[in-house]
Design a protein. Structure first.
Lengths: 193, 207
């Protein structure tokens, strides 16, 4: 019955909200493992959702997924803990997907409902596909002040202080470099997609 | 790079996003915009004891209304700078007083003897641009620091905010840009930038 299915979906969404919310909160407090788990869980749901919505363009799924993950990372400052995390994620995913459609669809526009977080989190797909665009290559195209902090802090796992010493940049320059570098990377991906 | 690698890249050295940055960006951006407008309009400031400053006896009422509209517009704009979330309630808080003002303004205009005052249109337009452009640019810059997912609405809100702040500026300094009736202009001063914002939003706010 429709009512039962609705109830089931709400319960499922509440469960996802709790699990994701817990991990996100821990991630905001500095727990890297929790953040990794958060992004892993999220990408499973996003991948399944994108595969369904992009049935005619399966090669683009992984690229849009990566672009969405980067967008979520770069706009963490816009999440307020008094709103549902699932709705916030869905809004960003919907925005990126519709953006892609606007630029690539030959026939008509995609009409995604404004609030359909339960559709996004109903399924999960953890089998990655081959991404068309190589983020590693795009990273190489960034200027040194962005690329070096990201390479040392994010890829090699050094601390900010160690990176500062290694590169000769100040600590605040390293922090700003990571922050701005990831934004620049997001822009590069967007123009590459 | 595989998605798994990207996730590792993003999760290394996880830390909270700087919430203060959000507030700082809005405050600093709008303050700079207002200062720029003020600087451009400085030659127009009414001298002490001039007739213009005393022509509107309801100064404090107008100031209260302008401040309220400014705050309502700010709350709406900040909300639309974030993904998701309903804006219906906040939208009404802004829209209803504006409609009330529009009605009052229309009544005033209808009852005004002699219609609109004679003004050189190019002077008027120059003044309008000097007032609105810096604040409009500032509001959009602030919005760009956020993550709006409804671009047309976000643009409209940024435009409305710019309009509300511009009219607040005029109210505070009793700037009469030769446009009466005051209340009708107040409404147009918010509605027109909002419309411009709706059109420019999808172009300027993409991220």
């Amino acid at each position: 019955m429709k009512g039962d299915r609705q109830l089931e979906r709400s319960a499922m969404l509440a469960g996802v909200e709790m699990s994701l919310g817990r991990r996100f909160e821990a991630a905001q407090a500095g727990d890297a493992v929790a953040y990794r788990d958060f992004l892993d869980e999220l990408s499973g749901h996003l991948r399944a959702f994108l595969r369904r919505r992009l049935a005619q363009a399966p090669d683009d799924v992984e690229d849009i997924l990566q672009e969405t993950l980067l967008a979520i990372h770069n706009s963490r400052h816009t999440y307020r803990s008094d709103q549902p995390l699932t709705a916030w994620v869905y809004a960003i995913a919907r925005y990126k997907l519709m953006d892609f459609y606007r630029h690539h669809a030959r026939r008509g526009a995609l009409n995604l409902p404004l609030e359909a977080a339960d559709e996004l989190f109903a399924r999960s797909d953890t089998e990655p596909m081959q991404a068309r665009h190589d983020i590693g290559q795009l990273l190489e195209e960034l200027p040194d002040r962005h690329r070096l902090p990201i390479v040392h802090v994010k890829l090699r796992g050094l601390s900010v202080a160690e990176t500062a010493r290694l590169t000769g940049m100040s600590e605040s320059a390293v922090k700003v470099g990571v922050h701005r570098g990831l934004k620049a990377l997001a822009l590069k991906i967007r123009s590459a997609t | 790079m595989e998605t798994r690698d990207l996730i590792l890249l993003l999760s290394r050295r996880a830390h909270a996003a700087d919430r203060r940055y959000v507030r700082w960006r809005w405050a600093a951006g709008l303050a700079l915009g207002l200062l720029a407008s003020l600087a451009l309009l400085w030659p127009q400031m009414p001298a002490e004891g001039s007739a213009v400053a005393t022509v509107r006896t309801a100064y404090w009422l107008d100031l209260a209304v302008a401040t309220a509209l400014g705050m309502a517009a700010l709350v709406l704009a900040v909300r639309l700078g974030r993904p998701a979330g309903s804006v219906r309630a906040r939208g009404l808080v802004l829209a209803l007083p504006l409609c009330g003002l529009a009605l009052m303004g229309a009544l005033e205009w209808w009852r005004m003897p002699g219609g609109l005052p004679e003004t050189a249109w190019h002077t008027f337009m120059a003044d309008v641009l000097r007032l609105y452009v810096p604040i409009f640019a500032a509001a959009f810059w602030c919005m760009r620091g956020q993550a709006p997912t409804r671009l047309a609405l976000a643009g409209a809100a940024a435009g409305a905010l710019a309009g509300a702040l511009a009219t607040l500026l005029c109210t505070v300094f009793s700037l009469d840009l030769a446009m009466s009736p005051w209340r009708l202009w107040h409404v147009l001063g918010v509605a027109v930038p909002a419309l411009v914002g709706t059109l420019l939003g999808p172009v300027l706010l993409r991220w």
